[in-house]
Write a new protein. Structure first.
Length: 119
DNA sequence: CGATTGACCTCCG
DNA sequence: GCGGAGGCCAATC
């Protein structure tokens, strides 16, 4: 396979993010910052979102469980419309405190912060 | 090759 | 407690 590369250079940080996202249980939600911190890069939450945009199908299948620090469906438009992601979350039993805001106090899932480095 | 944007967050005033 | 600015890495124009 000569053409087995492109931009999918599977960065160590990317694989770490994908691994964490895949470990997100149903009915549970996490935040980009939480994943970024668990991956080792606390201030690189932006890249997490971009990675999810280029993420494989298995990761994208659970990407709707990833929300921002506010619990808002910031990436809802990635599915075409936030209502789609909201429906998926509701299907898993996730409640919403607002139209597009999940109850983090109720479904916030914290990844294994083995690599979490504090300042 | 340089500048801008991006599924965002943290720090500082 | 709230607001603004910086940061971080990569992709796209």
């Amino acid at each position: 396979m000569g053409t087995a590369k492109r931009s999918q250079q599977s960065s160590p940080f990317a694989e770490r993010v994908y691994a964490i996202v895949r470990r997100i249980p149903p009915g549970r939600v996490t935040t980009y910052g939480r994943i970024a911190r668990a991956a080792g890069l606390t201030r690189s939450a932006r890249m997490v979102g971009w990675l999810l945009h280029e993420a494989p199908a298995d990761v994208a299948a659970v990407a709707h469980r990833v929300v921002n620090r506010n619990g808002e469906l910031t990436g809802g438009w990635a599915w075409g419309h936030p209502s789609v992601m909201r429906a998926l979350l509701e299907e898993e039993g996730v409640t919403f405190v607002d139209e597009y805001r999940v109850d983090l106090e109720r479904h916030l899932w914290e990844p294994e912060d083995e690599f979490s480095e504090r300042s």
